[in-house]
Design a protein around this ligand. Sequence first.
Ligand code: GLC
Length: 564
Amino acid sequence: MTSTNEGGAVPHTDAPWWTSATVYQIWPRSFADGDGDGVGDLAGIRSKLGHLHDLGVDVIWLSPIYRSPQADAGYDISDYDDIDPLFGTLDEFDELLAEVHGLGMKLVMDLVVNHTSDEHAWFAESRSSLDNPKRDWYVWRPQSDDGSLPTEWRSAFSGPAWQLDEATGEWYLHMFATKQPDLNWQNADMRAAVHAMMNRWLDRGVDGFRMDVINFIAKTPESLAAGSPAFVMDPAIHDHLQEMHREVFAHRGDRQLITVGEMPGVTVDDATLFTDQARSELDMVFQFEHVDLDRGPDSKFDNVPLALTDLKRSLGRWQEGLAERGWNSLYLGNHDQPRSVSRFGDDGAHRYESATMLAAVLHLHRGTPYVYQGDEIGMTNAGFTSIDQYRDIESLNWHEEALAAGASEADVLEALRFRSRDNARTPVQWSADASAGFTTGTPWIGVNPNSAELNVEADRASGERSVFEFYRRLIALRHELPVVQLGDFAMLAPDDERLYAFTRTLGDERLLVLANWSGEPYDLDPGLDPVLRRRSVPEVLVSNVPHGPGSLTLAPWEVRVLRA
Ligand code: GLC
């Protein structure tokens, strides 16, 4: 197959441009360090744009680079209109944006407006007195006579979601860290200030937003009713998103923008509403169903084995549910999830095969694929063995809470080794040099010990076994083939515990994707699909393991994409 990435996304018919696009997520702290202070920055990103252009991605999403005390790695913003000095300056940002555009790519910012930092000027005013004009910009509740909390909600980062503020003797809501007070979206002035801020970034030239936990923003008196045991998405969210669309996106002419909402807990039906273009809310959402299948009922650190049949049932339902209305985002990893090859594949002997198999399965679904930094070379979990190696507030808080509740240090470390967000936050491994070529200084978090063998230089020099080259082919295939962009999806063999197989069909074009999701050879049943019974050998568009013509055995973790 041809693997050119020249020309970028070419949408079929009048489908939105992002149906043929692939997005690459940069988590700036760990991408590349330009000034040697051990933390990734804008200079580092600028020095690696060639890597992203070679890969062929259409859009770069930057996790937050705004001013921030960094209590939650930048998701705690103290000034939406400035760049944190850790990462660079506004001038450097403008240069980065121009360079990204010059290379024919787009740049999307993270929008974190469920909460700010407690060091944001808005919160400083809000907490200063009961009658400050910005008091109502955050969610405050008085103390009750019996000392109970306003609701029983838990913070995502352990402990209750309410913090008593001594200055005025009231509770404020924080769904995340105590340093991340929640904004009150009931307040029209606050909403207008957020819209104005978004407009300033679009005027500056950015191409859209990835919206952090955006389905959490609506909190009405009903959803905050006394005694409410857990946060439940409030229907007012739809009004907020429609208003945002009117105030920010509606009069941007034919600029090609993209909006993606991060939405923990969202259902297929919700997502259909959020992403139905006729409703003018969002282009796509990140849903969590498939990445929650291997978590136990009590905590995200309660790991349970994943059955492939459950994963297929879930992803298949999303494909079906958004087939007519709405649009899927496709992801297996990001800065909040473990590394996908360690979680779903085999990050040892079959790292190349399983990383590429997972990529092919994901990228050939219907939706917009997201590549998380380092996945394009098959980076693996961090393998940390001591709590001192962790930096993430969620992991550190949970470690403390679990020990206090009586768990053993060994069990807690074991759970973190599988699930901690820091697994995906170690520096990108660029070369076999000290600190993986990420920095000339001391990295802010440890480099994965496998960096001497697993790095961009080594991967790109490995010819047929380059994970990067494989990703490049998948991204190019989406540019070239309307059937990849828009073809109907049909899952095959849903009850098979090792085979992930599906077809995509558009007019006369038909693709058959066959993936062995296991470390043992898999014998295909010729009854699976008519193409396997034909005498002529079908054209193989993509594969990650050499095989004889017409072979009906898939090697461990093999994926084969046939034009059928
Ligand atoms: C989102 C972000 C995560 C952050 C949280 C609070 O889930 O992806 O990194 O900690 O929101 O902003």
